[in-house]
Design a protein around this ligand. Sequence first.
Ligand code: G1P
Ligand code: ZN
Length: 541
Amino acid sequence: MTVSTVPTTPFPDQKPGTSGLRKKVPVFQQPRYVENFVQAILDTVPDREGATLVVGGDGRYLNREVVQTTLRIAAANGIARALVGQGGLLSTPAASCVIRKAGAVGGIVLSASHNPGGPDGDFGIKFNAANGGPAPESVTEAIFARTRALTEYRIVEAPDLDLDRIGRARIGAMEVEIIDPVADYAALMREIVDFPAIRALFASGFRMRFDAMSAVTGPYARAILEGELGAPAGTVVNAEPKPDFGGHHPDPNPVHAHDLMALMLGPDAPDFGAASDGDGDRNMIVAPGRFVTPSDSLAILTAQARNAPGYAAGLAGVARSMPTSRAVDRVAAALGIRAYETPTGWKFFGNLLDAGLITLCGEESAGTGSNHVREKDGLWAVLLWLNILAATGRPAQDLVRDHWARFGRDYYARHDYEEVETEAANAVMEGLRSRLGCLPGQRVAGLTVAAADEFRYVDPVDGSVTERQGIRILFAEDARVVYRLSGTGTAGATLRVYIERYSADRLDAAVEEMLAPVVEAARALGAVAALTGREEPSVVT
Ligand code: G1P
Ligand code: ZN
């Protein structure tokens, strides 16, 4: 075997964001770009010598090439064994599952999540640690620092591996095992979710549609829903993972999953609809005639989790990202369990899960998860919903209505202003920040500001502090607006404005109508149009 040491110079822009390093494909195609970043990751894994590393991705454009490069670099850096999903595929939650099960030192996961793929789309590389979760900020900072100091990388010169053949191979001294990407994950689901109950539900004629959005969950959903649980063939649509996701935006929300929405809101809606994103960690839940917001879904799963074998003993606690609606807090209060509020991004849940402080967690951006892995998990959320529907015997739309009747309803919307000039987006945030002190008491759009602050998180487990995680404005009328800048965008800046309003008894009002004054207040307080030139958001979800 030949290990080459190749001189290199740093790229200035390899700073991981909310979820790894994400850039346009041509950026990753620059010579040495991938090599540098993977070397920097491995340099920050002190106990890599003789260790196992998991490698896989969501199948997007460049996935196979980067898997090959990653393996060659891993082999040159003392990794003894690599586990790779067949075809280079591993959904993000399955990668987390495999890392934990194999006792790996971590995993290199190739994905830009819900961002479009293809030659002009996005690509991404993230590192998950030995607990199966996204590298914490201390590690991503160390990786970034390393990318700035790199002078060489090490690589084994070897031909490409056949990624499609399950079995063992070698690169230099490293053993490579090509594994079935679904098997370990399916085994875990079987332990925590009541498969026999779901099988009986499908056998009784229950109909659903799962839209895999031409992304990685296709093979998982087919094997589990259609294969093991007996859902009729054709339940899973867009099940073939494609390098460009069929030209679509693999983001499971009402805008991008419009076919599923149209079906579920139409006269022939099946009993349940769901979708997942590019790398399989997000989920969308739709009842006949009704989209279930991710914030509501988290609250409902929390209220009903005991119906599943994995959670029969009850929940230790729950956590939600700060911009996620407060619906789950009401459930936690009723159950008498702790509710934590964390910054946006899955990595902040890791410590709480590892310390056993929480069992379920979720984000408004269609991410829901539990202590079974250390990532959000799209298909798991769908299976838990099915388990609950089977156990309660309630139609999905009634289950949602019952929940609101008990806890009240948090009307919710997110307004994204995409590809805004970075200076303009910063100006919105700066403007709000400078006025935080004088906002309380102000009247705007018929609402009264009750409190305004900038979210700062002190991790209850390790005491680490994360500053500037979004501006929160609370109104006396049980409404809230949150402003923050995206950490995953790849072009310009994305300003996210999260809008919500609670009602204990108005359960069936139109969302737009309920939120209209809050939207007006949000625009006025942020001076969004004046500073960004945008009258309307680019996407409302
Ligand atoms: C977005 C979501 C966030 C999620 C992240 C990764 O991050 O808002 O909840 O964890 O993608 O999927 P953002 O672009 O807002 O930083
Ligand atoms: Zn994702």
